[in-house]
Design a protein around this ligand. Structure first.
Ligand SMILES: [Zn+2]
Length: 190
């Protein structure tokens, strides 16, 4: 009973502290977890917002909101970022974007036509100007010929020039692999 309570307390603490929950918050670096399970490829990207945007706080101007929407639009076209072996015939099925500093409606698809809203005051408390914030993105691909899947090119560095190092863990039918990618070496093989 005591252990349960302690665990719950820790979980609550971690949930309010992204840096603790997700490992170190280091500008220029991000983590990528790739899991291949049958026909499904799950990709989780965890990055300081600073790698994707010029700020890490809740957007407060139309230009900042537009920057968030542009970033989200790029990630929603994840089949242009995570280029899986062509012969495996993989299709992007789902994209989920989350950040404590960013309103969810700016991160979903097709929000750019909506008029800018002015009701973000309640989000401002989450991220002061000098606070840090992360982006958590997850992507699901389904592959028709998973046997032909043996690698992935990551085209994120051209969209995110502030990103210099991507630390990758891969769990695939051939085992567990680790890799570090950068703007010059961005292809994974497994
Ligand atoms: Zn930061």
């Amino acid at each position: 009973m005591k252990n349960t309570i302690l665990l719950a307390a820790c979980a609550a603490l971690l949930a309010t502290s992204p840096a603790l929950a997700h490992g170190p918050h280091e500008h220029g670096a991000a983590r990528l977890n790739v899991a291949v399970d049958g026909t499904t490829v799950s990709i989780d990207l965890e990055s300081p917002l600073a790698n994707a945007l010029p700020f890490e706080h809740t957007p407060s101007t139309p230009a900042q909101r537009e920057a968030v929407q542009n970033m989200a639009a790029t990630l929603h076209r994840a089949d242009k970022i995570f280029i899986l072996s062509v012969a495996a015939q993989c299709r992007l099925k789902k994209v989920t974007l989350q950040s404590a500093a960013l309103p969810a409606d700016l991160l979903s698809v097709g929000t750019s036509q909506q008029p800018a809203k002015l009701e973000y005051a309640d989000h401002a408390g989450h991220a002061a100007e000098d606070a840090h914030a992360d982006l958590d993105a997850s992507f699901i691909f389904e592959c028709a010929k998973p046997d032909a899947l043996n690698g992935m090119d990551v085209a994120l560095f051209s969209s995110w020039p502030a990103l210099h190092e991507l630390r990758v863990q891969i769990l695939s039918p051939t085992g567990q692999h680790a890799a570090e990618l950068n703007a010059k070496a961005h292809t994974l093989k497994w």
